[in-house]
Design a protein around this ligand. Sequence first.
Ligand SMILES: Nc1ncnc2c1ncn2[C@@H]1O[C@H](COP(=O)(O)OP(=O)(O)OP(=O)(O)O)[C@@H](O)[C@H]1O
Ligand SMILES: [Mg+2]
Length: 326
Amino acid sequence: MNVNRGESPPQMGATGGPAVIATHGLTMHFGNVRALEELTIEVGQGVTGLVGANGAGKSTLIKILLGLNAPTRGSASVLGHDILTAGSAVRSLVGYMPEHDCLPPDVSATEFTVHMARMSGLPHAAARERAADVLRHVGLAEERYRPMGGYSTGMKQRAKLAQALVHDPRLVLLDEPTNGLDPGSRDDMLDLVRRIGTDFGISVLVTSHMLGELERVCDHVVVLDAGHLLRESATSEFMQETGSLIVEVLGGPSEQHRLGEALAARGLQCFPAGDAVEVSLNDQTTHDLIVDTVADLGQGLVRLQHRHHRIEDIFREGQASGRIDA
Ligand SMILES: Nc1ncnc2c1ncn2[C@@H]1O[C@H](COP(=O)(O)OP(=O)(O)OP(=O)(O)O)[C@@H](O)[C@H]1O
Ligand SMILES: [Mg+2]
């Protein structure tokens, strides 16, 4: 059910696949505010996280890619279309989930999603069918018939996601889809984001303040700091370089201590971390080495997980290694 898809020759991305988003020297100033500064990135297919603190320029980048704001200078293309000259082609291929509440309060999610599908050019029957499909997919059940003004934050986020998907886009730009969600709903939303990429083959650019929450759903991560590109790499590479693992075993402090000593004896860097041991990730063998050590000690493994990184940690790491050129 593809709507109005003007195809053009794909560009090649840094990963060898076609570039889904490519920017070159993209700069956006609002008076004295430098929202984006000489941003040159290439985003390939799959799920890409766009991470940065408040005011880093994430929403500004998304609005420029959609053709809603014209950049001060620089260029960009989305799915091979120039954003300055082919804005309507871009918007027909892209779904957008805005950061802020944009839902009309007096209509239901069903009415709204059907309306958005009709706006994208779908005939009425097809629009109703697609709307029902996507609302089911995002997990809005009976409440989809109620006016959206009475929705909880989680329900509003789901409705916003549904309207972004209804015209079967090739790329979705999701601006902070986990904003305002409790931990359980956050996990559900992240699973949905991942499934958009894996089950439907739709490329995703998703923003967040937290690298940690994007780590499990993104193939690639782009980190912005005050409008500048701080890092752009595969998530696995990122985690390998900057990550650590939290290991917890049964038996209380004495067992954690015994584990820490054994891990240190095998050459790993360990630190006490509350009821657990934090182990610096050296390379891909670290994980297996920990599992083997726990087994050799005859301990019961309770938890083995990546430490969640706050974006501030990445800034500190970037500054320490001189990667910030601001
Ligand atoms: N329309 C505007 N007029 C003036 N300044 C703006 C405008 N839009 C964005 N800015 C400024 O540009 C900078 C980047 O803002 P942007 O909204 O892109 O950040 P963000 O990374 O999305 O932040 P958040 O995580 O808070 O959503 C900020 O300093 C912001 O105040
Ligand atoms: Mg924003």
